[in-house]
Design a protein around this ligand. Structure first.
Ligand code: FES
Length: 77
């Protein structure tokens, strides 16, 4: 995992589930797609107000690290 700024890593991206940015990044870098992350954390399973932020974050990870999830998630680049 790339080191995130500690405050940024601790940021809760999904208030409904309490899912932090660092959890999402670790799961994504281990090969989980957004659906698997949602099932594991509960993110995106409530109000879905976090949907755009999480999708944008994953897009940025893909762009920065050329990550392609095992299940084929790719950013729109
Ligand atoms: S903020 Fe993520 S489901 Fe509500």
């Amino acid at each position: 995992m790339t080191t995130l700024n500690a405050n940024l890593a601790d940021e809760i991206m999904c208030p409904c589930s309490g899912t932090r940015r660092s959890n999402i990044q670790n799961m994504f870098e281990s090969g989980m797609d957004i659906d698997a992350i949602s099932r594991a954390t509960g993110a995106l399973s409530g109000c879905r107000g976090c949907e755009w932020d999480i999708a944008h974050f994953l897009d940025e990870l893909v762009k920065q690290k050329n990550i392609v999830c095992k299940r084929g998630y790719k950013a729109d680049v």
